[in-house]
Design a protein around this ligand. Structure first.
Ligand code: AMP
Length: 436
């Protein structure tokens, strides 16, 4: 079971605190080789997640971190892991004592580089393995002896199956971007990997969002975990001009076409909740002669790169994206972010609108909110701590007034707890769903 320790806003409070420089790296009691590396990296003060996670991970506890890439979460787990491995190493042959599982090769490579950077004065060694490339060099790196292995699930299981990787000495497991692993279909692989590890271990679990399956997985592999929730820092909420359009599902595509032709959308990013609705919307817009491209995780890497490139170069003015595909999407001068579907997780809203209004530029965010999505709007307003300006002043207004939402809106998949997380629904022995 998880010990719920941090609530909404804690992360943001901590971020302010660390920005004000109250907390220093010196206070963690990190060893000198790590302090030297931190100073060489040019880090002055810990980020919010580092401030909260490092002491706890150093103390050996399990962790559930709800935080996105960009918050400094890699150092939040890498520094205490390196400290543990350094201070408890023995003279025997090197064995893999820490395993980091990451969904994509890009993220795995980034994490591997961070371990190299932070661990450069410790003498500890790491290897990074992922699919899509020959395994020879990866096998060689492992054969030399490593302390930390960073891996994507498929290649890891391959090399375990071939006896190249042994996981029986792993003391610390990190699962990074667990929600993305779910989206990419790796969740069974992840469960298989967990079953290969010693039961006695420390587990650090990170996910930007917490859909039911992820929370269930976390519950099943964490022990007495502390939960840390870092809301993405919200400069976007200040620099982006945000408007909610009350419109019902059947008319959303008409409103979108209306806004795309009327508004000065020079570069618009349109978010849908699912891959299927991204594809459907793309077809509809093309039928209306609006040139668009689409990215989501069912498209191949090269298709995604091509779409992104066309969008960046301005060959298409509108890109339709599902959330996961858009993570880390770094395109300058996005004039509009349009939430065609309201995001189920309030953090996702902040993340999405953060694609525009970058570097102080003006940006606009439009959110299409159907009657059944008004509960998500409530959660967003709770997170950003203010109401969003809404309009019905457009050609396709919802016939249901805003105030009617309480009676008409069904609850989301599970009830929302005090900290904004959705309580999962569990099935009882009869197969009926029940609330926990
Ligand atoms: P991550 O979320 O781990 O991908 O980190 C995002 C970026 O923040 C990386 O470029 C890190 O080098 C950088 N970073 C991590 N911790 C700090 C810190 N305490 N101060 C400044 N930059 C940091």
């Amino acid at each position: 079971m998880l010990r719920r320790s941090a609530r909404h806003g804690v992360g943001r409070k901590a971020a302010r605190k660390s920005n004000a420089g109250f907390m220093q790296f010196e206070e963690f009691g990190l060893i000198e080789p790590l302090m030297r590396a931190i100073s060489e990296e040019g880090y002055a003060t810990p980020t919010a997640i580092q401030e909260q996670a490092i002491p706890h991970v150093l103390a050996g506890g399990d962790l559930l971190g709800c935080a996105q890439t960009g918050t400094g979460k890699t150092a939040a787990f890498a520094l205490p892991i390196l400290q543990r491995l350094y201070t408890t190493r023995t003279d025997g042959p090197r064995v893999i004592r820490s395993l980091v599982v990451s969904p994509t090769r890009e993220l795995a490579a980034q994490i591997g580089e961070s371990f190299v950077a932070y661990g450069r004065h410790t003498g500890l060694r790491q290897a990074t393995i992922f699919g899509g490339v020959r395994s020879g060099p990866q096998r060689k790196a492992i054969a030399k002896g490593i302390d930390v292995l960073v891996a994507t699930p498929g290649r890891l299981l391959d090399l375990v199956g071939q006896g190249v990787v042994k996981l029986n000495h792993v003391e610390v497991l990190v699962l990074d971007e667990a929600d993305r692993m779910l989206d990419m279909g790796f969740i069974d692989d992840v469960r298989r990997i967990v079953r290969l590890l010693p039961r006695e271990r420390q587990t650090l679990f990170f996910s930007a969002t917490m859909p039911y399956e992820i929370q269930h997985l976390a519950d099943s592999i964490l022990r007495n975990a502390v939960e840390i929730r870092i809301a993405p820092e919200a400069p976007a909420a200040e620099t982006v001009d945000q408007t909610v359009y009350f419109v019902e599902r059947a008319q959303k595509h008409l409103l979108l076409a209306h806004l795309l032709t009327g508004e000065s959308v020079s570069r618009g990013l349109v978010f849908t909740r699912t891959k299927r609705s991204a594809d459907r919307l793309t077809r509809t817009l093309r039928e209306s002669q609006i040139p668009v491209d689409v990215i989501h995780s069912d498209r191949s890497q090269s298709e995604r790169e091509r779409a992104l490139d066309r969008f960046k170069k301005g060959h298409v003015r509108v890109l339709v994206a599902s959330d996961i595909a858009s993570r880390g999407l770094d395109v300058d001068d996005i004039s509009h972010v349009i939430n065609y579907d309201m995001p189920e997780e309030p953090e996702t809203y902040v993340h999405r609108i953060g694609r525009t209004g970058r570097a102080g530029a003006a940006g606009q965010a439009f959110s299409f909110c159907g009657i059944e999505e008004r509960c998500y709007l409530d959660q967003i307003e709770k997170l950003i701590r203010r109401p969003l300006p809404a309009t019905s002043d457009h050609p396709f207004p919802s016939p249901v007034p805003r105030a009617a939402k309480a009676a008409a809106t069904p609850a989301p998949t599970g009830p929302v707890m005090a900290n904004g997380w959705k309580k999962p629904l569990r099935r009882n022995l009869l197969g009926r769903r029940r609330r926990r």
